[in-house]
Design a protein around this ligand. Structure first.
Ligand code: TPP
Ligand code: SF4
Length: 326
C-alpha cells in the first residue's frame, strides 16, 4: 500500500464557490432549529457524495433522520446500537471486500462511514472504535461532538467540557457542574497510529469538507472529531450556532488540526486569540461560572494550545505553512 501522503496526491480541494450539488442527507429531517450537528453531518455527506454506506449509532442524528416511515437518507444506511458503530462498519467493509473477491458484486470505490455522538464515541463505543482502528479497516469514523448525551435529555459525557451544566452535572453551592476536563478523543484516536486523524468545525466548512475528502482517499482507518453546537442542550440561541462553532476555534478552545501518519499539522494558527469568556458567555450552560472559574479555563486552554503547537513543531509567533480552506 502506498503512503497516505502519496494517496493524497489525487486530492483536489473544495472551493466555496464550487461545492458539490449532491445532498445525500435530504432536508426535511427533524433536527432542532440551529442544530450544528446536522449541519456538520450535511457537510460530511456533501463531501463524500453518493457512493457511501453509512452506519449510524443511536443518538440525535439517527433519531432526527429516520422517523419511520420516512428517511432523510439517500444512501444505504444502517441504524446500529449505541455501542458498536465502528464494529458494524468494519463488518460491512469486510463483507464488501469478500463479495468483490468472490465476484458477486463489481469493484468500485465505496466509502464506509460510521457516525456517532460523543457519548457513543468517547464513552460506550470506545472499545469497539479502538478495535476497529487497531484492525486497520478502511473506513471513516466521524464523532459528532455536541458535548453531552443530547438525544436522551442532556446528560454529561466524558466529552462535556469543564464547568458545563447538564442534567447530570448540575451546578450548585458545592459543584461547578461538569468537574472533569473534556476527554481528548482525537489524541486517543491518533495514539492508535492510524493514517489520518483530524478535528473540524462546521463554521469552517471548506476545511471540514476537505478533511472528509482526504479521509476517504486514504486507505485504512480515518477518525474525524467534529465540533457540533447544540442550541437545545447548550442553551444558546439557534442563530448563534455558527458563531459558537467559529468562536470555539478563535478562542483556541477547539483547535483545528490533522495528524497524517503520525505527523501533527495545525490547519490554522490562531495568532490573536479571543478570550474564552466570549465563547462561554454565549451559552447559558456556563452562566454560573465566576471570573475565577473562567480564568482557570483560560489558563488550561493556553497551556493545551502551547502543547499542540509543540506537537506540530511550531512555536508562538511563527506562521503556519499551507493554511487549509476557509
Ligand atoms: C446500551 C445503551 N445505553 C443507553 C442507551 C440510551 N441512549 C440512546 S441515545 C443516548 C445518548 C446519545 O448521546 P450521544 O452519543 O452523545 O449522541 P447525541 O444524541 O448527543 O447526538 C443514550 C444514552 C442505548 N440506546 N443503549
Ligand atoms: S438536541 Fe441538539 S444535537 Fe440534537 S437535534 Fe437538537 S440541536 Fe441537534
Amino acid at each position: 500500500m502506498s503512503s497516505a501522503t502519496e494517496q493524497l496526491k489525487k486530492f483536489k480541494t473544495f472551493s466555496p464557490k464550487k461545492l458539490p450539488l449532491e445532498e445525500p442527507l435530504a432536508p426535511g429531517h427533524r433536527a432542532c432549529q440551529g442544530c450544528g450537528e446536522v449541519l456538520a453531518l450535511r457537510q460530511v455527506m456533501k463531501a463524500l457524495g453518493n457512493e457511501v454506506i453509512v452506519v449510524s449509532a443511536t443518538g440525535c442524528m439517527e433519531i432526527i433522520s429516520s422517523a419511520y416511515p420516512q428517511s432523510a437518507w439517500r444512501v444505504p444506511w444502517l441504524h446500529v446500537a449505541f455501542e458498536n458503530a465502528a464494529a458494524v462498519a468494519s463488518g460491512v467493509e469486510s463483507a464488501y471486500k469478500v463479495m468483490v473477491r468472490k465476484g458477486k458484486i463489481p469493484k468500485k470505490k465505496v466509502t464506509f462511514l460510521a457516525i456517532a455522538g460523543d457519548g457513543g464515541t468517547a464513552d460506550i463505543g470506545l472499545q469497539s472504535l479502538s478495535g476497529a482502528l487497531e484492525r486497520g479497516h478502511d473506513f471513516i469514523y466521524v464523532c459528532l461532538d455536541n458535548e453531552a448525551y443530547m438525544n436522551t435529555g442532556i446528560q454529561r459525557s466524558s466529552s462535556t467540557p469543564y464547568g458545563a451544566m447538564t442534567t447530570t452535572s448540575p451546578p450548585g453551592k458545592k459543584s461547578i457542574g461538569q468537574h472533569t476536563w473534556k476527554k481528548n478523543m482525537a489524541a486517543i484516536a491518533a495514539a492508535h497510529d492510524i493514517p489520518y486523524v483530524a478535528t473540524a468545525s462546521p463554521a469552517y466548512y471548506v476545511d471540514l469538507m476537505n478533511k472528509v475528502k482526504k479521509a476517504s482517499l486514504i486507505e485504512g482507518p480515518a477518525y474525524l472529531h467534529i465540533f457540533s453546537p447544540c442550541p437545545t442542550g447548550w442553551r444558546c440561541a439557534p442563530h448563534d450556532s455558527i458563531q459558537t462553532a467559529r468562536l470555539v476555534v478563535q478562542t483556541r478552545i477547539f483547535p483545528l488540526y490533522e495528524v497524517i501518519e503520525g505527523r501533527w499539522k495545525l490547519s490554522r494558527k490562531i495568532s490573536k486569540p479571543k478570550p474564552v469568556s466570549k465563547y462561554l458567555k454565549l451559552q447559558q450552560r456556563f452562566r454560573h461560572l465566576t471570573e475565577k472559574d473562567i480564568a482557570f479555563i483560560q489558563a488550561r486552554v493556553d497551556k493545551e494550545y502551547e502543547e499542540l503547537l509543540a506537537r506540530c513543531g511550531l512555536q508562538e509567533g511563527k506562521e503556519v505553512p499551507g493554511k487549509i480552506g476557509t
